[in-house]
Structures are given as C-alpha cells and as structure tokens.
Design a protein. Structure first.
Length: 167
C-alpha cells in the first residue's frame, strides 16, 4: 500500500512534495502531500522536509491502530501551520483501511475514482479541525490524491506522481 500525489504541471511539478510510510506493530500508514508548492524551490523543499520530519516518528509515538496513526499524522501536520497543505493519508491494520485527506479534488484507488469531487473528504488545502475519513471495502495497492484544481491526465500513474520504480 502506498500513497501518491499527482504533480503540478510546470517546470517544478513536485516542488514541496513529500511522501513516506511507517509501521507500528500491526498498523501501517502511508502519506503523500504538498506544501508551499507554489513558492520558490528552496522554500518548498524546506517545507516538505519539515513535513517529512514531522511524520517520520509517528510509529514510535502512538499505539498500533490505524485511527491513532491518522490522528497523530494530522496533529503533526497541523503543527506546521500550512494553509496550503494538500495531503493524503492511508492507514491500515488487521481490521481494515482508513483514508483521510485535505486539499484534494479527488482520490483514486488503483487509477479508478474512489472519492469523487464533492465528497466530504475532498476540500480546500489546510488541515481542518475535524478531518473526515473514508473506509474503503476493497484492498488497494496505490492511493493517489489529485490536488484541488488539477485533473487526472492520461499519462501513467508513475509519470503523474514522479515514481521511478514499481515499488
């Protein structure tokens, strides 16, 4: 399971992007996001590094439960104070999967629309006080967030998300 985010068209499609994954006991969380993507490359890189650092210690900080991991991720991202944050969080444990997001126009599961525009999970950038959750029923390998204002284009998943290797 991995979380990916579509890049922004232009010369620096992945400015401010961060992505990662960690596990604690039987729970795993994967994330992808963008912060300060419209700023200068150095500022975008610093903001993305701060987000990576904030999320890196999640597994050691909370109990091994998918909801606890997502709540801890939101707390870490909220502490950054980024009003322009777009993020996709996907956590799983033995009881299921939960998907949470901010700043996304839609969420795709293995290239198919799983959460369409207009769904309560999709909203403007920035972390809300009470982010919503989506509970998928089918197992999915790749979760892809499409930031607000962007559209899914016909290119392959790897091109859209900057992935250079299959796993």
């Amino acid at each position: 399971m991995r979380a990916l985010l579509v890049g922004t068209p232009g010369r620096t499609p992945f400015a401010g992007h961060f992505r990662g994954r960690t596990a604690a006991g039987g729970a795993t969380i994967a994330w992808a996001g963008r912060v300060r993507g419209a700023h200068a490359p150095g500022e975008a890189w610093e903001a993305a590094e701060a987000a990576r650092d904030a999320l890196a210690g999640l597994a050691s900080a909370v109990a091994a439960d998918r909801f606890a991991l997502v709540d801890a991720a939101w707390a870490a991202l909220r502490a950054l104070g980024a009003a322009d944050l777009s993020a996709l969080l996907v956590a799983s444990d033995a009881d299921g999967v939960v998907v949470a997001a901010c700043g996304l126009g839609e969420v795709r599961a293995d290239s198919k629309v799983a959460v369409p525009a207009g769904h309560p999970l999709c909203d403007e950038p920035g972390v809300r006080d009470r982010p919503g959750y989506f509970h998928p029923e089918e197992p999915v390998t790749d979760w892809v967030g499409v930031p607000v204002g962007l559209a899914w284009r016909a290119e392959t998943l790897t091109t859209l998300c900057g992935v250079r290797s299959p796993r």
